[in-house]
Design a protein around this ligand. Structure first.
Ligand code: IMP
Ligand code: MG
Length: 332
């Protein structure tokens, strides 16, 4: 803090939503701004037994923070408005007037042919909408009547927050290896999603960022096509209790053990300063809901410390349960 970027270290679904919510509450963030691709993301936050499912708004909606969406993010107005109404946050929301709009034709194009059959996209319309933006024919938020009253200059607002010394969280989506440039091309999403790109999405220059927290799950999962080193059979995944289904698509996620090799490369690509490790209680059930690192069993500490040794940065947060506060915070 004051400006902290959250990115995914693997293939998305690392649990960024919970980490963003935790940090927004704990550090009393003034503003949380979404970068990343668009509503192809699915973030889940659980606070005091209530579950929030988000595809467009920042995961900090459980805090008092202002909730912004950067110009680089694709906006599906129906998905956004549904969240605004469902969680009654209209007065806190601002979308950058330059954000591209996902239209019906983009949704249709994302559900057929190459994108569906070969790449296995989420079908949220994001690839076709980004394509229209590159061709300079996309509609932008400024011209979308459905968003009237919700649109403004997010870049100016987030820079003012940082300049005033208030806490800003920049929330990335997807994961490093889904990056259009640094991922497992062509089995990737439709733009770069590393920390630099996430900052660009919201109009924040590189010198304004203090921390980059990279979220890694305690094992690796991926949905859709593309390589996954060390992939386990569906039976083995189930046996280990690692079975998960996609938030947006409902598809069964493929899984592999934690990869220090991927984590190390992702640290480099994001200039990450700390790791947030999630779903630790799935790997070590006896750690469920613990909040004190000192009380972890030896083998769990060894797992963390081996990763720190090899990857070269500290594990600053450890998620031990689905609830926001089931988190070990090792920041000093
Ligand atoms: P698209 O981003 O919908 O075009 O999908 C491209 C690839 O990225 C597919 O393999 C998707 O499953 C994957 N993908 C996109 N967004 C997410 C996400 O938020 N979590 C996990 N996988 C994602
Ligand atoms: Mg997800």
């Amino acid at each position: 803090m004051p400006a902290c970027v959250i990115v995914g270290g693997f293939f998305g679904d690392e649990g960024k939503g919970k980490i963003v919510a935790y940090l927004a509450l704990k550090d009393e963030a003034h503003t949380v701004v979404r970068g990343g691709v668009g509503p192809n993301a699915g973030h889940t936050v659980i606070k005091e037994g209530k579950t929030y499912k988000l595809r467009m708004l920042p995961s900090a909606l459980v805090s008092k923070a202002k909730l912004m969406v950067g110009a680089g993010v694709l906006v599906d107005p129906d998905v956004l408005l549904d969240e605004v109404v469902r969680y009654d946050v209209r007065s806190r929301v601002l979308v950058d007037y330059g954000a591209s709009i996902i239209e019906e034709k983009h949704l249709a194009a994302d559900k057929i042919g190459h994108l569906k059959e070969k790449i296995g996209t989420t079908g949220a319309g994001t690839g076709p909408a980004n394509s229209d933006r590159v061709l300079r024919v996309a509609k932008i938020a400024r011209d979308e009547p459905k968003l009237r009253g919700l649109v403004g200059d997010v870049a100016e607002r987030v820079n003012s927050v940082v300049d005033a010394g208030k806490n800003l969280i920049v929330e990335g989506t997807q994961g490093t290896f889904l990056s259009l440039y640094y991922g497992t091309y062509p089995y990737v999403t439709s733009k770069d999603v590393t920390a630099s790109a996430i900052c660009s999405d919201v109009g924040l220059g590189p010198k304004k960022v203090d921390d980059v927290i990279m979220v890694c799950k305690s094992y690796v999962t991926r949905v859709g096509a593309g390589e996954l080193e060390g992939e386990l059979s569906a039976e083995e995944v189930q046996k280990r209790g690692w079975q998960e289904f996609g938030t947006v698509t409902g598809r069964l996620r493929r899984a592999a053990p934690f990869s220090k090799k991927l984590a190390k490369r992702a640290v480099m690509l994001n200039s990450a300063t700390g790791i947030a490790m999630t779903k630790f209680d799935v790997l070590f059930p006896e750690t469920a809901n613990m909040t004190d690192y000192g009380k972890l069993p030896g083998k769990a500490k060894k797992f963390v410390e081996e990763i720190e040794g090899e990857v070269g940065i500290p594990v600053v947060l450890i998620g031990t349960g689905a609830e926001v506060n089931s988190t070990i915070d090792r920041r000093t």
